[in-house]
Each structure stands twice: as structure tokens, then as C-alpha cells.
Design a protein around this ligand. Structure first.
Ligand code: GLC
Length: 631
């Protein structure tokens, strides 16, 4: 204050009063403008209760920073401008099934840590959480163990074994710097023509209920911050496996992302029950479904369903983790993007897998908050849920990869568990004259597209989104497994059965589906159907006409082969057994028993679908729960 002041301020008493008022204002400003400045360790205080850390951090955040935390971005969209992660406070990154692949744990960790450096360079140093589809092993990492897909685990009727598989997957995933897997799918596949049938534990909700808890706990472990744990995701909420054939709202798909038409009671008993089990097990995230539910009032997108997310999932079931959208799932809610964002966030979606136009999403949601379309309370709830999981993951204390577990990736011990899981999933459907198990010194003629194709036995979500027929990672084909399990057997291989069968004692024809994922695999949608390929059908005819024969089916769902049954002496559903083909060979040669039981009904004909246990007119080739046993 100086000579330019009005005369009145030059009187000492007034001057001191004015100074005191200015000082008080300054002190209040400091307290208000930077709340928590004087306790800037509390959200970083490891010993403080998580709720207090969340509250303190939330108190410090701007609305833009909060919305940044609700934003999940795909690597290709931001890898050229990592500074955006810092500027916008991006809360999460992911790589979809077909991008940003790396060949070693170290290379994965280096990429993720690079993004993490950008995230922790933000004003409040909030780490990002990285997610991936490690749904049956860390399929994106060459050399990781790949377990049977869920349908095979369901056939094994062994949730504890599935939990072991999840725990190994978690360890082999966290060791690469990834914190979060979008698994398990607790979907209940009610129509086997669905391209995601193999991601389900089966058609009966009791199976998904039985598996959801142990598998979630397998992924998350006792301590989410451990370098062997990852955040799990129960998906896709809710009713994704109940859509009607032809109801898909996505071009080229038939079932996937379609409409499930049920009463609320039916939806609850069939599709909601597994989510209750997952929530009760402490699952940290739930992914919303692309599909819609029509409970009588017309179809409503699951991403827009406030009753099912806010009232049922978060209210009734008490889910305290966060809901993540599916890939551009918010965009499907409305052609008006602002309306789509407003509706989804108000319905209870907490994090949006944008995953490309992240600035548009952020700007749109901030504008919705400014206009009152979305309340700050809703934003605070979403961000609190997300931050709670980040604190539980230990990301504030250990934001960067701990790759010490990389030494165990693909270890013999891990592969042994996968082999046991593959063996336990084998489901024996026919065994005329007790042809199986084969003698260890038998002369065996092997044919079929699935016999020596690691890619086919792995299925989708392996090395890429759709998988591939080539050897997409390390592992043992079924043929190699047969040679390993029965070294004294004389094994001849001819994929199309063009080689002479000669004096073989028995033929083994391994028929297979080519890999697929999501709606691409919907039967009848295009390249995929529930039928034996022409080449494999010819191999069956050739081999089974000459000798006693075993047909092994490598598939993500039942395959129509009724017309071949008369010529087949033994029939095995191998499902998608994963990287350890010896697991298929073990029961074949009696090194393990057959004990699998059908997790889905096996129809006589594809057009019998949907056909499920309990249906009034139930006339399958093999019923749900069926499976022959050997010693
Ligand atoms: C996909 C799938 C979902 C997956 C996500 C990320 O569209 O529906 O299961 O986790 O996108 O890849």
C-alpha cells in the first residue's frame, strides 16, 4: 500500500485494519485455493485409510482432472502424444486384441512404464491403470501359458482348477507391467451359435455362479498390490449371452451385441446371478455389455440402463468397484454423442473405454457437468470408485512394473497346471467297444485340421483379437502331445488323410473350427458356422471307413456332426484346450481319466438352437451334463 491510497487509508488505525483484513484474506485464499496444501502427504500417505486418501485427492482435483480419470484410451491413439496423458490426466490405457503387441515382458513393461511416467508427471501425480484381455492366459505375450477357454474349464467342473489358472494368468500378466485384465466373462451362453460361447463357463447359470467367485479371487489374490495380482473384471453386464438370433444391432453380427428379451425375473436368475457371485467375491470392476435388454418395455442398451447398473448392481448387490464401458460402447447409446455420454455416465458407467477420440469425450463430459447434465456428485462417485481400485493396486506406491515374476512366465509348473486343465476338460461323448483309452504302443493314423494346429487349439484372444490358425505362441500341438504321451506308439500324420492308412490299429481325426472372437464368430454370420469343414468331413469319411476311429473336436462350441456319428467309434469334445496339447493326449492314451461333462447342450442340428437344459422340448444329441468316464 503506498502514497496512491485515498487520504482515509493514510490514517494509522484504518491502515492497520486494512492490512489485517488483506492478510486474513490472503491466508483464507491459501487455504481455499489449494485445499490440502498444508497436508500434501495425506493422499500419498501409505498408512492413511484408503477412503481418506481418496477423499483428500478428490478434494484437490479439478473437474477436468476428474473427467481425465474416467477416460480410458487405446495405445495407438496416444502413443505418439504421451504428453496428452500428463496434460489431461488420463486415468487408464489399454491395448485391444490386435494392437501394441510386444514379444517380451521387458518390452511390455517398458511401453507401459513410459505411459506411466507421463501419468505421474501430472499435477497430482495420479498413476494410470493399464488393462488387457488376458482371458485364458496372457494371450498377448508370446511364451505365456494359455489355458483352456472358459467353456473347457466349465466342462472340467472344477472351479478350484479354474482359480489356479486365473492366479497363474495374473502372475504372468502383472509381471509385464499390466495391472488389470478384462476377465472373467461370467456370461451365460444360451445359444451356441453365439461367437462368444467359448468365453462362457456354460449355458446353466449355476456353472457361472460356481466359477465366478473362485476365478475373481484367482486373478485378484489376497492383495491387489502384489506383483502376482491383477484387477479382475466381471463381464459383460448384463445378459450378453441371452441375445436372440438375428437381433444384433451391429452390422455383420447376428447374435453378439443383440437384444435379450426376458422377464426381469428370468434375467435375474439366468444372467444376473453370476455377477452377484463376482461382486460377493470382491471383483474390482464390471464391464457393461454392448447388448440390450427388453424386459417388456422395449430394448434398452445395457450401457444406458440406470436401473440395472445404479439400482441393481451398485445398490442392491452393493458393488463398490467401478463400471467400465466396453469398446466404444458409449457411442452405441445414441447418435447424439453428448446424449450418449450424459446417459451412460448417469446410468452408472464410471470409466469410458473411449478409446480413440479422448479429447472429444473429455470436452463433452466437462460440458455436461458445466450445464448440469451430469452432476458433480456423479463425477465424484465415479472417480472415487476408480481411485479406490488404484490405491488397492498399490499404484501410488509402486506405479512402475515389477518384472521379477517374468522368470516364471511359461514355466514347466505353470504349463503342468494348463495341461491338467486341458485333460480335465476333455469330454468323452461316445466310446463304442471301449475303444478308448488307446494302447500306449498302438499304431495310430492321425488326420484333421486340428491335429497339428496350435492356433486352432488356442482359439480367439490369443496373440491377436481373432487368433490365427498358425502357431501364434509357444505350446504343444495335439499331435506333438500324442507323441510325447505315447512315445512307443507308431503315429502317422496326414492332415487330409491323403497318406496311406496301411496297417494302423486306429485312426484319430482331429476336426477343428478356425479361431474367431465376438460377433465375427456368430454361426451363420459369414466365415463361421457350427459345422465340420469339408476337408475334415472328408478326412473322417476316409479314415473311419478304413479303421476304428476316434474323432476329437477342437471348437468353441458344439459342432453339428450327427451325419458322421454312425462311422465314428469314439467321440471327444476337446473344446479350445490351450497351449498344452499333451492335455488332450493324456486321457486319449489313459495317462489321465476322461471326466469332462458337457457345459452346453450338444444339438443334433444347429437349427435346434437355442436349446438349453430345462427346455420343455429338449431333444439334443447329447444333453447338458453328459460325459462318459474312463478309469
Ligand atoms: C471388446 C470386448 C470386450 C473386451 C474389450 C477390450 O469389444 O467386448 O470383452 O474386453 O473390447 O478389448
Amino acid at each position: 500500500m503506498g502514497a496512491h491510497l485515498p487520504a482515509v487509508f493514510r490514517r494509522p488505525a484504518v491502515l492497520w485494519t486494512a492490512l489485517a483484513a488483506a492478510l486474513a484474506a490472503a491466508v483464507i485464499t491459501v487455504l481455499v485455493v489449494v485445499p490440502g496444501a498444508d497436508d500434501d502427504v495425506s493422499y500419498l500417505d501409505l498408512d492413511a485409510p484408503v477412503a481418506g486418501r481418496v477423499a483428500d485427492l478428490l478434494d484437490r482435483m479439478t473437474i477436468e482432472e476428474k473427467v481425465g480419470q474416467m477416460t480410458q484410451v487405446a495405445v495407438p491413439a496416444i502413443e505418439a502424444t504421451p504428453s496428452d496423458i500428463t496434460e489431461l490426466g488420463i486415468g487408464s490405457l489399454l491395448n485391444g486384441g490386435a494392437e501394441a503387441m510386444h514379444d517380451t515382458p521387458e518390452a511390455w513393461a517398458e511401453m507401459i512404464d513410459g505411459f506411466q511416467s507421463a501419468a505421474t508427471a501430472s499435477r497430482l501425480k495420479i498413476p494410470m491403470v493399464y488393462g488387457i484381455d488376458a482371458v485364458h492366459g496372457n494371450g498377448a505375450l508370446p511364451g505365456a501359458v494359455i489355458f483352456p477357454h472358459n467353456i473347457g474349464l466349465g466342462a472340467a467342473h472344477d472351479p478350484d482348477l479354474a482359480a489356479q489358472a486365473a492366479a497363474i494368468t495374473a502372475a504372468e500378466t502383472r509381471a509385464t507391467g499390466v495391472h488389470w485384465t478384462f476377465a472373467p466373462c461370467v456370461c451365460v451362453a444360451r445359444d451356441s451359435r453365439w461367437g462368444r460361447t467359448y468365453e462362457s463357463f456354460g449355458e446353466d447359470p449355476g456353472l457361472a455362479v460356481e466359477y465366478a467367485g473362485p476365478v475373481v479371487q484367482g486373478y485378484q489374490g489376497e492383495d491387489l498390490a502384489a506383483n502376482t495380482s491383477v484387477l479382475a473384471t466381471a463381464k459383460h453386464y448384463v445378459g450378453d449371452g441371452g441375445t436372440a438370433f438375428g437381433s444384433s444391432t451391429t452390422d455383420d453380427y447376428l447374435l453378439d451385441q443383440g437384444v435379450t428379451t426376458l422377464t426381469e425375473e428370468e434375467l435375474r436368475s439366468i444372467h444376473l446371478a453370476p455377477f452377484k457371485a463376482a461382486v460377493d467375491a470382491g471383483v474390482g470392476s464390471v464391464m457393461a455389455s454392448f447388448s440390450s435388454n427388453d424386459l417388456g418395455g422395449g430394448p434398452l442398451k445395457s450401457h444406458a440402463d440406470s436401473y440395472l447398473i445404479n439400482d441393481v448392481l451398485k445398490g442392491e448387490l452393493g458393488f463398490d468397484g467401478f463400471v467400465v464401458s466396453d469398446w466404444q460402447g458409449v457411442d452405441q447409446v445414441s447418435e447424439d454423442y453428448a446424449e450418449a455420454v450424459r446417459t451412460s455416465i448417469n446410468a452408472g458407467v464410471d470409466m469410458v473405454m473411449v478409446p480413440f477420440e479422448y479429447r472429444r469425450f473429455i470436452d463433452t463430459l466437462v460440458a455436461e457437468v458445466d450445464s448440469g447434465g451430469v452432476s458433480e456428485e456423479r463425477i465424484d462417485d465415479a472417480v472415487s470408485r476408480i481411485l479406490t481400485q488404484k490405491f488397492a493396486l498399490g499404484l501410488f506406491e509402486q506405479p512402475f512394473a515389477d518384472t521379477t515374476g517374468a522368470a516364471d512366465i511359461g514355466s514347466p509348473e505353470h504349463r503342468q497346471v494348463a495341461r491338467e486343465a486341458a485333460a480335465a476338460s476333455q469330454t468323452l461323448l461316445r466310446n463304442e467297444n471301449d475303444l478308448l483309452p488307446l494302447a500306449a504302443d498302438a499304431s495310430v493314423y492321425v488326420a484333421g485340421s486340428g491335429a497339428d494346429s496350435l492356433g486352432r487349439q488356442l482359439g480367439g484372444w490369443t496373440a491377436s483379437w481373432q487368433g490365427g490358425v498358425e502357431a501364434v505362441t509357444e505350446g504343444t500341438s495335439i499331435l506333438a502331445g500324442m507323441r510325447e504321451v505315447a512315445p512307443n506308439a507308431a503315429i502317422t500324420f496326414s492332415e487330409n488323410a491323403s497318406e496311406p492308412i496301411g496297417g494302423a490299429d486306429v485312426g484319430v481325426v482331429v476336426v477343428a473350427e478356425d479361431p474367431y472372437a465376438e460377433g465375427v464368430g456368430d454361426a451363420g454370420a459369414g466365415a463361421h458356422d457350427m459345422a465340420v469343414s469339408e476337408a475334415d468331413a472328408a478326412a473322417i469319411d476316409t479314415v473311419c471307413a478304413a479303421v476304428d476311429c476316434v474323432v476329437i473336436v477342437v471348437s468353441g462350441r458344439p459342432i453339428e456332426l450327427t451325419s458322421h456319428l454312425a462311422e465314428v467309434d469314439a467321440l471327444v469334445a476337446a473344446w479350445l484346450p490351450g497351449s498344452e496339447g499333451a492335455g488332450v493326449a493324456d486321457p486319449l492314451f489313459g495317462a489321465a481319466p476322461y471326466g469332462g461333462r458337457l457345459p452346453v447342450t450338444w444339438p443334433r442340428a444347429t437349427d435346434q438352437e437355442p436349446m438349453n437344459v430345462g427346455d420343455p422340448a429338449y431333444d439334443p444329441l447329447y444333453p447338458f451334463g453328459f460325459g462318459l468316464e474312463t478309469a
